[in-house]
Write a new protein. Structure first.
Length: 463
């Protein structure tokens, strides 16, 4: 009798799981919704209307759609498919004076306006005065993006399924995994929040975390130094370089870290918050490199999130940091030459420049990037609203108006209304979040500091 009772409970549990799974819509945009109190929910976006201030989403365990007040929203993120959209080709990234960025498959310009073709939003016209930089952009392949809820990572040698899209590493713990698609020339972006040092990051590790074997190790030392080391089975750990950090460390407690790696050239560069901190050259080849990425918290706890490993074309961000000379537009050519003047025409054939030496026409195939003059930089409004990341790397800050029938509608200053298919959305970040307000650093106000219990003050179900 007892066995029959247990068997019946098992059948009931399987039936309940099947019902929950069957209630999950086959269409729609699924992702992880993070609330202002730290809760994480896997949902499908259904609707939003700015007049109501309520986001409506489908949760697989809820019988009816869930309503969430806008004030409680922090972010919505979608797992990256690992490759550019099918329509993406080599093109151009147009950066706005306010910081927004648009990927253009085709573009044209005169002295007043820019017109671009975007794979998801179609044709867009915007004023030239709002632009800052035009950069040649190859179609970038993403090799890995995470961590994601449901992924398996190793914590101290034990496999663990993540319940939130981040790695929460305790003091004395090592966490990592092998990433088979990671390439020798890569860009590795990640966000690190730590509470004390030392800690280590292992790149291109061959073995698991109990025996790293051959790997590169970045050690943030307790004496406020960065040490870069190379480990091997035969030689042990050998020093490649040291960088003093006393002037930087205080600003790095919660920061974006970026590695640019070119193992064939034996070079690795480190940027923190988009500023170059150090670069190292390995005196020895690392021909048979591993594909592991591991983190070791020696001194205290740390949290890792927003890891993205992508193709790198070999150009460092510093090369794009050039500024225009006075009131001139500046065209930077692939061979290193520059041409200053006024850009009066741009199309698929080339760039027309009015210079002190007359009008010049430069074939587009010879152009690396263009820096535009900023006649009134103080007049450029600071973008406000929801920050949106699209699947091709475009970044927009918009006033979110509504979501309906698989489309996001918004308004972007200074070029007006936009219409974005939800299938192109990768992340939406609501700026006025508890964890972004200055001075609030308590655990309950940090991402991941809450729990998975639905808060009745911010959540409700539609009738």
């Amino acid at each position: 009798m007892k066995r029959n009772w247990i068997w019946s409970l098992g059948i009931l549990a399987l039936w309940t799981m099947a019902q929950a799974q069957s209630s999950r819509p086959e269409s729609g945009l699924w992702g992880v919704l993070q609330l202002d109190n730290g809760d994480h929910l896997e949902v499908c976006l259904e609707a939003y209307n700015a007049a109501d201030g309520v986001l409506i989403a489908v949760h697989p365990l809820a019988k009816t759609p869930v309503e969430i007040r806008e004030a409680a929203l922090y972010s919505f993120s979608v797992p990256d498919p690992g490759s550019p959209p099918a329509t993406q080709v080599d093109g151009w990234m147009l950066e706005m004076a306010g910081g927004d960025m648009l990927y253009a498959e085709a573009l044209s310009a005169d002295e007043q306006n820019f017109t671009i073709v975007h794979h998801a939003m179609g044709r867009i016209t915007l004023p030239r005065a709002s632009t800052r930089l035009l950069n040649r952009q190859a179609a970038v392949r993403t090799y890995y993006q995470g961590p994601a809820t449901g992924e398996e990572w190793k914590f101290g040698g034990q496999a663990k399924i993540l319940t939130a899209p981040d790695l929460r590493i305790l003091a004395g713990q090592t966490v990592g995994r092998q990433l088979p698609d990671m390439q020798r020339r890569s860009r590795i972006d990640l966000h690190i929040k730590f509470w004390s040092i030392p800690f280590s990051i292992f790149l291109f590790a061959k073995e698991n975390e109990r025996n790293m074997g051959e790997a590169y190790q970045l050690l943030v030392q307790s004496n406020q130094q960065l040490s870069f080391l190379r480990g091997s089975q035969s030689r042990g750990m050998s020093q490649i370089g040291i960088k003093q950090l006393s002037e930087f460390l205080g600003n790095w407690l919660d920061a974006k870290w970026t590695f640019f790696t070119d193992l064939d050239a034996r070079r690795i560069w480190l940027y923190v918050n988009d500023q170059m901190i150090a670069n190292w050259e390995d005196p020895r080849d690392y021909k048979d490199s591993g594909r592991g990425l591991y983190f070791q918290a020696t001194g205290g706890g740390m949290t890792i999130k927003k890891i993205r490993i992508s193709h790198w074309d070999g150009r460092l961000p510093d090369k794009l940091a050039s500024r225009s000379a006075g009131n001139s537009d500046v065209v930077h050519l692939l061979n290193g030459d520059t041409v200053s003047g006024t850009l009066f025409r741009l199309n698929e054939q080339g760039v027309g420049m009015r210079t002190p030496f007359g009008e010049l026409f430069i074939p587009l195939r010879d152009v690396d990037h263009v820096v535009f003059k900023q006649e009134k930089p103080d007049a450029v409004p600071t973008p406000k609203g929801v920050r949106v990341l699209l699947d091709d790397g475009s970044r927009l800050t918009m006033k979110l108006l509504r979501i309906a029938e698989g489309v996001l509608y918004g308004e972007v200053i200074p070029w007006g209304a936009v219409r974005v298919p939800l299938s192109s959305l990768r992340e939406a970040l609501w700026k006025q979040s508890t964890f972004e307000r200055e001075g609030e650093n308590s655990q309950q106000n940090r991402p991941g500091g809450g729990n998975t219990t639905q808060n009745s003050a911010v959540l409700s179900t539609t009738e």
